[in-house]
Design a protein around this ligand. Structure first.
Ligand SMILES: [Zn+2]
Length: 105
């Protein structure tokens, strides 16, 4: 899961409750759970860590910071929570399609 996130495969082809497709950086959407927040000091450290990139433009996330710091347990906690939510939504959508007879599989 952590590798999938780094390689931009995590949540691929899943849709968020807000209706947008799930993409990297979408994890901060208010419709998704986000159990780990960075402190002010950590956010400052993150900015320094990625100073070579234009943070406003880049796809660097708090999760990248956690991964770079080796805080894998916390990163896993975040991605697991998001993954469960995305799967729930995916199953609900699938069920609606099956019930409406639109599912062709
Ligand atoms: Zn969303």
């Amino acid at each position: 899961m952590l590798f999938a996130y780094r390689r931009n495969y995590f949540g691929q082809r899943k849709r968020c409750l807000c209706g947008k497709p799930y993409l990297r950086t979408h994890e901060i959407c208010s419709h998704l759970p986000y159990p780990v927040w960075l402190s002010r000091a950590e956010r400052e450290e993150k900015a320094t860590m990625f100073i070579h990139l234009n943070l406003a433009d880049s796809k660097v996330t708090d999760l990248d910071y956690l991964l770079n710091k080796g805080r894998l347990k916390e990163a896993t906690k975040v991605l697991t929570a998001i993954s469960i939510k995305l799967r729930e939504l995916y199953c609900q959508e699938k069920l609606v399609l099956i019930e409406s007879g639109l599912d062709l599989k």
